[in-house]
Design a protein around this ligand. Structure first.
Ligand code: ADP
Ligand code: ADP
Ligand code: MG
Length: 472
């Protein structure tokens, strides 16, 4: 097995990766910017290296990161998600320097990172894709022609997009005209590439994605699906595994479809095939993410498989430990992305000092966090500061457990999405497992919760404030 792994990331996912290393008796090496001097991943890693004063540049400098890996005696680099995780150049630099990149090879990252190339590969493999462009759109005129032939509403999307950015719905040509320039500009700013394409807008679909694992011997298995339909502005907020909205027949069908997709591109390591499910129960391939996903925790909860450890084993050259029929799931898991944001102010980021943090516990509760009491959340990064994952034997109990844990966790000092999630948990349609990607927009009333904290936590907040005032 690898002896030492460099974690090319920060925040909760860096902590998650360090934990996997520790369980495999692998030494972990962290990197950190000046702003992250006091970050949890630095405290948890066996060794750590400063990558400079700029909050972002150090995490994005593949050459320097690989240099640190080589000089500190690492065998491999895990990129996590975000940052360089879908950057084919990092995989190439690693290959040249004899450092194993824990993920697929550069060609697959490049191919799947380009949504047009991904679509082309899936069409060739007879996987249903969302009707849309065959290539990038070269002009507004071409966009108009294609959109009217597909039929409105359409989605204008950045070809190299990710993280829910660079996507705009256009309901008619009048909306397409300004959005065309807007998406090009967003794509250029966020992804450094101006290419855009058009897809038919599937109205109010369900987002269903399948976790797959593929080893270097051509074995591919799926770990069932996740329902990520609870989204805001195309970004996931709450994810559920398995989807409480699928029949077993649909589950098996989409799982096999994902395996077929992965085999078609000779995929290796962990990956996620994302689909949209329309109101007529058609599944359409949307994209493939060639990395560990934020919400991998819910799949781990229902299958008992440690996806990060599997990634490391696969990268080392070991074959998959499980055959498809040996992979079972049990119960339901729900993940809540706890973001330092104020839902009442359009989810505005709320950075600053965590004056008090208490992690929830008890049966079926898992926390992946990057915060601690006294930690100051820097303003330069993602607002997600913790992930709460709950598991229980059935949908009802999973929801009850989710509510209990959301009431149990204490995050004072910054505003968070916790009270908003509690409202969602009390929504009748959500409870009946009847929701799609329009849920958040369709329920603006859920933002009108009374207070940031339920009464018992409010009392604790007041006593903490008094204690702070008295200098206790
Ligand atoms: P997941 O698909 O794992 O649910 P998200 O789409 O929410 O993940 O993205 C995970 C993280 O990676 C977020 O911090 C997001 O901002 C970032 N991210 C994802 N794709 C890209 C990309 N292509 N470029 C830059 N950041 C990205
Ligand atoms: P990203 O790479 O940013 O994750 P995706 O292509 O996965 O982008 O899309 C993100 C979300 O945007 C989806 O989960 C879905 O809610 C919405 N979306 C994307 N494409 C479509 C489409 N053609 N029709 C309807 N919704 C879409
Ligand atoms: Mg996606």
């Amino acid at each position: 097995m690898f002896k030492k792994i460099l974690i090319a990331n920060r925040g909760e996912i860096a902590v998650r990766l360090i934990r996997a290393c520790s369980e495999l008796d692998i030494t972990s090496v962290a990197i950190y910017s000046d702003a992250d001097r006091h970050a949890l991943h630095v405290k948890k890693a066996d060794e750590s290296y400063n990558v400079g004063a700029d909050p972002l540049a150090g995490y994005l400098n593949g050459h320097n990161i690989v240099n640190i890996a080589v000089t500190s005696g690492c065998d491999a680099i895990h990129p996590g998600y975000g940052f360089l995780s879908e950057n084919p150049e990092l995989a190439e630099i690693c290959a040249r320097r004899d450092i194993k990149f824990i993920g697929p090879n550069a060609d697959i990252i490049r191919q799947m990172g380009d949504k047009i190339q991904a679509r082309t590969a899936m069409i060739a493999a007879s996987i249903p894709v969302i009707p849309g462009s065959e290539g990038n759109i070269e002009s507004l005129d071409e966009a108009k022609k294609l959109a009217s032939s597909i039929g409105y509403p359409i989605m204008l999307k950045a070809t190299n997009g990710g993280g829910g950015r660079g996507i705009r719905r256009c309901n008619n040509e009048k909306e397409l005209i300004p959005n065309y320039d807007r998406v090009i500009s967003e794509a250029t700013k966020a992804f450094g590439k101006p290419e855009v394409f058009i897809e038919k807008c599937i109205v109010s679909p369900k987002h269903i994605e399948v976790q797959i694992l593929a080893d270097s011997f051509g074995n591919v298995v799926h770990l069932f699906e996740r329902d990520c339909s609870i989204q805001r502005r195309n970004q996931k907020l709450i994810e559920i595994a398995p989807s409480p909205q699928l029949t077993n027949a649909q589950r098996n069908y989409v799982g096999e479809l994902a395996v077929k997709a992965a085999k078609a591109v000779n995929y290796e390591n962990a990956g996620t095939v994302e689909f949209l499910l329309d109101a007529e129960n058609n599944f359409y391939f949307m994209e493939m993410n060639t990395r560990l996903q934020v919400e991998h925790t819910i799949t781990e909860s229902i299958t008992g498989i440690d996806i990060v450890q599997e990634q490391i084993r696969i990268a080392f050259g070991l074959s998959l430990q499980y055959k498809q029929k040996e992979i079972q799931f049990r119960g339901f898991a729900i993940e809540y992305r706890i973001n330092a944001e104020d839902p009442k102010y359009d989810f505005m980021p709320s950075f600053g000092k965590i004056t008090r943090y208490y992690a929830p516990g008890g049966p079926g509760v898992r926390i992946d966090a990057s915060i601690y009491t006294g930690y100051v959340i820097p303003p330069y990064y993602d607002s997600m500061c913790a992930k709460l994952t709950v598991w229980a034997l059935n949908w009802e109990s999973a929801m009850q457990r989710g509510k209990r844990a959301l009431n149990d966790i204490v995050v004072f000092g910054v505003k968070t999405t916790i009270p908003y999630y509690l409202e969602i948990m009390n929504n009748r349609e959500f409870k009946k497992a009847n929701f799609n990607t329009s849920f958040v927009d369709d329920h603006p009333e859920l933002i009108n919760y009374q207070s940031q904290f339920p009464p018992e936590l409010m009392a604790a907040a007041i006593s903490a404030a008094i204690a702070a005032h008295e200098g206790i």
